[in-house]
Design a protein around this ligand. Structure first.
Ligand SMILES: Nc1nc2c(c(=O)[nH]1)N[C@H]1C(S)=C(S)[C@@H](COP(=O)(O)OP(=O)(O)OC[C@H]3O[C@@H](n4cnc5c(=O)[nH]c(N)nc54)[C@H](O)[C@@H]3O)O[C@H]1N2
Ligand SMILES: Nc1nc2c(c(=O)[nH]1)N[C@H]1C(S)=C(S)[C@@H](COP(=O)(O)OP(=O)(O)OC[C@H]3O[C@@H](n4cnc5c(=O)[nH]c(N)nc54)[C@H](O)[C@@H]3O)O[C@H]1N2
Ligand code: SF4
Ligand code: SF4
Ligand code: FES
Ligand SMILES: [Mo]
Length: 668
């Protein structure tokens, strides 16, 4: 149903359920707001957005007022202006808002901007504020209660977007104050340092330790890009000034994360302490020495040339799954196609991707869904996946819906933090996932609650709850209850991780897919089953075939396109025996220390290119920072080596990414 209303003599047509504030925005009419935020539930607390409605005596907050048929609204009248000025006057006099001492003053503060918007130059009330505490206990941001206007945007963001519910307001009338948990310092609270509260705070009440005092928003460049922290692939904005990265913010318009980020995406990259590699290095007389690019490249080429086509054992090549698709594809062509090596893979070794890929191949059907399944599910089954410490933003999508009634079923034999949040927390005996899943399948079939068919008939008689209870250690009653809950779900989602994909056998995954079929999570039309994969480009690495276990036999050369990844001890050990090691990296590490040639490469914020997130969404990474002079992009370095071998790689990196697409794949 559409609603027609008039705002400032303008006829506006909006769908039912639209607020007057949203309707005005559509009509290009600006109403000042403070507590309102487009991504949060309207709260109606600050009263800055008041409007006059014909036939209604009192002013109405437009952010909570639903538009109704024939409504006549005025947004800018003497009455609304007076009310707004009064609201602002009260806010300024309640706490210490002496702007000249506030780092947000000068365009970044929505309170100050609102006052300028009303033409205010001072406030007529004598300030009678008391000093409030400043909470500086958090590692990444400071909470200054003196600047807080109690708009509760942070409280709503922490609950509605993050699902963490750390922040609240202790109600003590005029002395209302923001609290973390049951009033503990933020640094000791349940806060997971996602920084969403920081991003929505309209004043200088929550400020970032790193970027405060380092320039206003009007003086920074904003570059939209994609986080390469993990395979979720959140949209970010880089705030850059003079080639310095000041801050990372969530991109509100990004379909994946819709503004929310996690600690790994927002804060950790700014804490980088590793030493950059600034020139090529070549080992001479036992020591790594700075060299020219020409010397470094010809040294590498001199070692590689004689190995071209050597029974596939000449060179072992390993790439980070945080490299852009362009670089991964060039890497694969250079070492697998041109050099003919059999050991060309990625750091992740396909542990998160190879098994699902093989099963899809065997079934002749892909089966992977999108993150939107997590956002809308009424029942989530999480098996063998860590949604609290890993892929946190995907975890937020689940956690924020739990108070709204979404049920969570967790299957993990070990200490997974999700267990505490689950409606059904199942810890089967290690190695008994298959039996447990078959038990659920048997029970759903037994109760005749199936919404779909098994991929082939299976004898379910040995998976009755009593028998399965014995093998798994899960009470029969729990198995029955979980089966019923899953079968009753209108919008089930199934999410799995390394606990399932690390296995050598596809049995658990196949059983999981059968369960998905029965509960309607996997149909010919689509899928709400998804695996969370690993690093930013793990899916692309898999599709390029860079997904086997990294083993070194008698190779003469190891080539490691490490990028800005960390190298584990395990990797170093496997390389010990290789006589000649080339490392393409951004930072000095124990791996570059043992290398014979080191090639300086761009780090995440300097590179540009494409990343395929866990859903199969192809996203762009934009260059935010100009790399140091001698540092080159991964593609450039690999192409330069290829040129030395008289090989020109094919630039069409897109095609192979489309070869084995997941069901709901966003890339076509
Ligand atoms: N057998 C087996 N093999 C596997 C896997 C498996 O589960 N089993 N998993 C595969 C997957 S998915 C992956 S991603 C790779 C991982 O394989 P590796 O790349 O070898 O990564 P990690 O084992 O995570 O080790 C990374 C190292 O970097 C260090 N490190 C990480 N972050 C930081 C940091 O911020 N600061 C400092 N100072 N150090 C840091 C860690 O302490 C660790 O020593 O292994 C793959 N191979
Ligand atoms: N913030 C952040 N996010 C990340 C990463 C990061 O370092 N930081 N790393 C990224 C990378 S490289 C990867 S590979 C992913 C890994 O992310 P996940 O796929 O979540 O992998 P794990 O952390 O190994 O967690 C797997 C879970 O499976 C459980 N498990 C182990 N064996 C079994 C089993 O036999 N059955 C069942 N049911 N469960 C089992 C474990 O107890 C664990 O809780 O995360 C990615 N996301
Ligand atoms: S950083 Fe995130 S978890 Fe912590 S209080 Fe803010 S919104 Fe909540
Ligand atoms: S969930 Fe992954 S992609 Fe998103 S902000 Fe965190 S690390 Fe980055
Ligand atoms: S913006 Fe409407 S009451 Fe605050
Ligand atoms: Mo991984």
């Amino acid at each position: 149903m559409t609603i027609k209303l008039t705002i400032n003599d303008k006829e506006v047509e909006v769908p039912a359920g639209t607020t007057v504030l949203q309707a005005a925005k559509r009509a290009g009419i600006d109403i000042p707001t403070l507590c309102d935020h487009p991504h949060l539930t309207p709260y109606g607390g600050c009263r800055l957005c008041v409007v006059e409605v014909e036939g209604v005596r009192t002013l109405q907050p437009s952010c909570t007022l639903p538009a109704s048929q024939g409504m006549v609204v005025r947004t800018d009248t003497p009455k609304t202006r007076e009310a707004r000025e009064f609201v602002l006057t009260l806010l300024f006099s309640e706490r210490n808002h002496f702007c000249m001492y506030c780092q947000m003053s000068g365009g970044d503060c929505e309170l100050q901007n609102a006052a300028y918007g009303e033409g205010m130059t001072h406030w007529p009330l004598q300030p009678n504020w008391q000093p409030y505490p400043v909470d500086a206990s958090h590692p990444y941001f400071v909470l200054d209660h003196n600047r807080c206007i109690l708009c509760r945007r942070c409280v709503r963001a922490c609950g509605e977007l993050v699902g963490n519910f750390t922040l609240g307001v202790q109600e003590r009338g005029a002395a209302s104050i923001l609290v973390a948990d049951l009033d503990v310092p933020l640094g000791q609270s349940t806060c997971v340092s996602c920084g969403t509260c920081l991003q929505v705070c309209p004043t200088g009440a929550i400020i970032d330790r790193d970027s405060a005092y380092r320039g206003h928003e009007t003086q920074v460049q904003r570059i939209k890009s994609t986080c390469t922290g993990c395979s979720v692939g959140c949209g970010i904005e880089l705030l850059v000034r003079d080639n310095h990265l000041l801050r990372i913010e969530g991109n509100w318009d990004a379909p994946v994360n819709e503004g929310v980020l996690c600690e790994k995406g927002r804060f950790q990259p700014l804490k980088e302490k590793r030493e950059r590699i600034l020139t090529p290095l070549v080992r001479r007389n036992g020591a790594l020495k700075a060299s020219t690019w020409a010397e470094a490249l010809s040294t590498v080429a001199g070692k590689l040339k004689p190995l071209v086509g050597q029974n596939g054992h000449g060179v072992a090549a390993l790439a980070s799954t945080r490299l852009p698709a362009e670089a991964l594809y060039t890497f694969k062509q250079l070492f697998a196609t041109q050099m003919g090596s059999e050991m060309v893979t990625s750091i992740e070794e396909g542990v998160t991707t190879a098994l699902p890929g093989a099963v899809a191949q065997e079934l002749g059907q892909s089966f992977e869904g999108n993150l939107s399944a997590l956002k809308t599910a009424d029942c989530v089954l999480a098996i063998g996946v860590d949604l609290v410490d890993n892929h946190q933003v995907a975890g937020f999508m689940v956690k924020r819906n739990l108070p709204k009634g979404t049920s969570l079923i967790v299957i993990d034999p070990f200490d997974n933090k999700l267990h505490n949040l689950a409606d059904f927390s199942l810890r089967p005996q290690k190695g008994s996932d298959y039996e447990l899943l078959m038990g659920l399948i048997a029970e759903i079939t037994h109760l005749d609650l199936s919404k779909g068919q098994l991929d082939q008939p299976i004898d379910l008689t040995k998976y009755d709850p009593a028998t399965v209870s014995q093998t798994t250690g899960i009470p029969a009653e729990t198995i029955k209850a979980v089966a019923q809950r899953l079968a009753a779900a209108q919008k089930p989602a199934i999410v799995y991780g390394k606990g399932v994909t690390r296995s050598d056998s596809p049995a658990v995954l196949k059983a999981l897919l059968n369960l998905a079929r029965l509960v309607g999570a996997l149909t010919p039309d689509g899928s709400t089953v998804l695996s969370l994969k690993g690093e930013a480009n793990s899916l692309a690495a898999h599709l390029y075939g860079l997904d086997k276990t990294f083993q070194v036999h008698d190779q003469q050369v190891a080539y490691l396109a490490l990028g800005d990844d960390y190298a584990s001890q395990r990797l170093l050990q496997r390389l010990e025996a290789v006589p000649f090691k080339v490392v393409q990296a951004s930072y000095a590490s124990p791996l570059t220390a043992i290398a014979d040639v080191v090639l300086p490469a761009e780090m995440w914020a300097e590179q540009e290119g494409h990343f395929l997130n866990l859903e199969g969404r192809l996203q762009t990474v934009q260059r935010g920072l100009t790399p140091p002079e001698e540092v080159r992009s991964h593609v450039d370095i690999l192409e330069a080596i290829a040129a030395q071998l008289d090989f020109s790689p094919d630039p069409t990196w897109q095609d192979e990414l489309k070869k084995r697409v997941p069901t709901n794949a966003l890339i076509r």
